[in-house]
Design a protein around this ligand. Structure first.
Ligand SMILES: Cc1ncc(COP(=O)(O)O)c(C=O)c1O
Length: 437
């Protein structure tokens, strides 16, 4: 790519204020470890692991070498009625890692595709089981399951849905668990909100359990601004879904692969969902990929009938792509060899203490954290929602720090290789910036 490229118009950037960006672009040229380098040579500390995905840090040599090796072997193999060993190996490695009987991996290319795949599998399961009327899908307010129609239908972020309706029928939503006043400055899982899981009982009463296929939730809602599950809430959802023969899908696109100090929230809290959706940390962001981890019961029920007939008409041209599988296998090796999940768990208390030190600023409304994720919730400027946090984003970038903002919330989720002194740098930079906002 030419270094002095001037025309930025052709690329329509996703989830971006295109016109403002193109007037004042922030362009990255390279990345290594905890840092990006911009095209202007500025070093930028990554406070959000790219987009919650680069858990093992940038440019990991083992992952890069695995991709380079695979490039010379084979860059594509047909995904339908054909295969390559890497996909089988990666699926086995993954299913060994995730809890209980989630012994089958369905590969996608993103978190959005994982969401729609899991919702379709839920319906296909009940059709195959002889309950074709179990079709309703229950999401949650403030939920984010990507941008495809299935995920948007069960999702609950108004701005992401506003201009795209109508959505799937046969959908309902649980209330969210974000209770700022009740759980102010909570550390880890908040105390209040377990009873919100009981709202599922009302939804079941309204529609009938015999019409509901699945409940899908992010164990920790990331895109809505880091909404940590109240103590006992997810366990209760599991009990109610199980008692009523409803599948429970955990969307762990953000929370899996060490982000919360374990393989997944399901592992951490010892809860067994029927499916877990993943993407992001799956390949350390090096090659796009997602995976839905599926229980034996669901897979075996669908994969039935005459053995030479295609059992499920679903999949993607790039499901189990050779480069993605090579990156994914190497990523799992790196997580293990560098003990990154344990490292995240060990670093979390330091991170928590550091982040909560920002409470002293009077524009800070709330701070919350879970594993290596934290949110600093700012009081919006009068009549100008989101502007204060975005100002923080721009100032942080100027000062060589990348953060993520959503509404008036600053979200931090650094690579898990971060060191204590780099946590200090993030907090000191934000401390300075918060005094100017
Ligand atoms: C929980 C969750 N699900 C799904 C997605 C969508 O992932 P993608 O952008 O890879 O489609 C995201 C993205 O942030 C997410 O946080």
């Amino acid at each position: 790519m030419t270094a002095n490229m001037q025309n930025l118009e052709s690329y329509w950037m996703p989830f971006t204020a295109n016109r403002a960006f193109k007037k004042n672009p922030r362009l990255f040229a390279s990345a290594s470890g905890m840092y990006y380098q911009t095209t202007e040579g500025k070093k930028v500390l990554d406070g959000c692991a790219g987009l919650w995905c680069v858990n093992a840090g940038h440019g990991n040599k083992k992952i890069n070498d695995a991709i380079k090796f695979q490039v010379d072997q084979m860059t594509y193999s047909p995904a339908f009625q054909g295969g390559h060993l890497g996909a089988f190996e990666f699926a086995e490695r993954l299913t060994d890692l995730f809890p209980g009987d989630l012994n089958h991996a369905f590969f996608t290319n993103s978190g959005s595709e994982s969401a729609d795949t899991s919702l379709k599998l839920a319906r296909a399961y009940f059709k195959a089981r002889g309950n074709p009327e179990k079709i309703k899908l229950i999401g949650r307010d403030k939920g984010y399951h990507g941008v495809n129609f299935g995920g948007l239908s069960v999702g609950g972020i108004p701005a992401a849905r506003k201009v795209f309706g109508p959505f799937l029928p046969e959908v309902d939503h649980l209330p969210h668990t974000h209770n700022v006043e009740g759980n102010l400055f909570s550390k880890g899982q908040p105390e209040h909100g377990v009873e919100l899981a009981d709202r599922l009982l009302e939804i079941i009463e309204l529609h009938g359990a015999d019409t509901i296929a699945a409940v899908i939730v992010e164990p920790m809602a990331g895109s809505a601004g880091v909404v940590v599950p109240p103590k006992g809430y997810l366990e209760r959802l599991r009990k109610i879904t199980k008692d009523n023969d409803i599948l429970l899908i955990f969307d762990e696109v953000i929370t899996a692969f060490g982000r919360i100090g374990d393989v997944s929230t399901a592992t951490l809290l010892n809860i067994q969902p029927d499916m877990i959706n993943t993407a992001k940390g799956l390949t350390n962001g090096a090659v796009p990929m997602g995976a839905v981890l599926v229980s034996d019961e669901i897979q075996r029920t669908i994969v039935d009938g005459p053995p030479d007939v295609i059992e499920l008409f679903h999949g993607y041209t790039y499901s189990g792509h050779p480069l993605a599988c090579a990156a994914g296998i190497a990523t799992l090796d790196v997580y293990k060899e560098e003990n990154l999940f344990e490292r995240a768990a060990a670093l979390s208390p330091y991170f928590e203490k550091a982040v909560h030190s920002l409470k002293r600023h009077n524009i800070v409304r709330d701070i919350r954290n879970f594993g290596m994720v934290a949110a600093i919730d700012l009081i919006p400027r009068e009549g100008a929602p989101s502007v204060r946090a975005f100002d923080a984003y721009l100032k942080a970038f100027e000062q060589g720090l990348l953060i993520r903002t959503t509404g008036d919330i600053i979200a931090l989720s650094p690579p898990l290789i971060i060191e204590e002194k780099q946590i200090d740098t993030i907090i000191n930079t934000l401390d300075d910036i918060l005094t100017t906002l």
